[in-house]
Design a protein around this ligand. Sequence first.
Ligand SMILES: CC(C)(COP(=O)(O)OP(=O)(O)OC[C@H]1O[C@@H](n2cnc3c(N)ncnc32)[C@H](O)[C@@H]1OP(=O)(O)O)[C@@H](O)C(=O)NCCC(=O)NCCS
Length: 178
Amino acid sequence: MPAGESEAIRIRPLGPDDSLDELTELLHRAYQRLAVMGLNFTAVDQESSVTRGRAQGGTCLVAEVAGAMVGTVTYYPPGGKAYCAWYACGGVGHLGQFAVLPGCQRRGIGGQLLDAAEALAAHDGAKELALDTAEPAVHLTQYYEQRGYRLVGHEQWEGKTYRSVIMSKTLATQIPDG
Ligand SMILES: CC(C)(COP(=O)(O)OP(=O)(O)OC[C@H]1O[C@@H](n2cnc3c(N)ncnc32)[C@H](O)[C@@H]1OP(=O)(O)O)[C@@H](O)C(=O)NCCC(=O)NCCS
């Protein structure tokens, strides 16, 4: 998408015909900025098989512009595999693999992906939606704070060059239809 061009953004679930290699390439390109900061996020260089496993563990959403995949996030509902104590709490869903292609950032695509994931979580009856990121990536912790996420804890995962922050957002209560 050339700079300045405005095209409709479509958010949809990852489909069986989507290329896991394309999705992995998107993740690598987006996370390169973090690699340059010395932050060895898994998505910096993960294999497509890892992308597949992480996507299939939850609901993987993709953002599409003019038929091209430009962003992604995966939503994990409450009650699934928990990597930290906060994620294991009742009613807490979490996010992962959040990325927008560098040339498409700062146009609200990431915000739309988060809106869609938060809507899925609220629909599931989740009370909180959580995520983790690297403590030194202050631009990210500030971005999430602006989106209503607050600090709820820290983790030092094995093999990581950084300490992680766990952030969480309290979701608005859903009023059931009818
Ligand atoms: C984090 C990430 C997914 C955000 O995606 P994005 O599409 O750039 O997100 P948004 O456009 O919604 O918001 C980004 C910024 O652009 C601003 N913005 C949003 N719409 C805008 C617009 N139309 N014009 C100008 N700026 C805009 C937002 O206010 C925000 O600014 P801030 O960072 O100062 O708060 C993206 O930067 C990325 O892929 N980063 C690398 C990978 C990564 O860090 N992943 C998360 C690991 S935890």
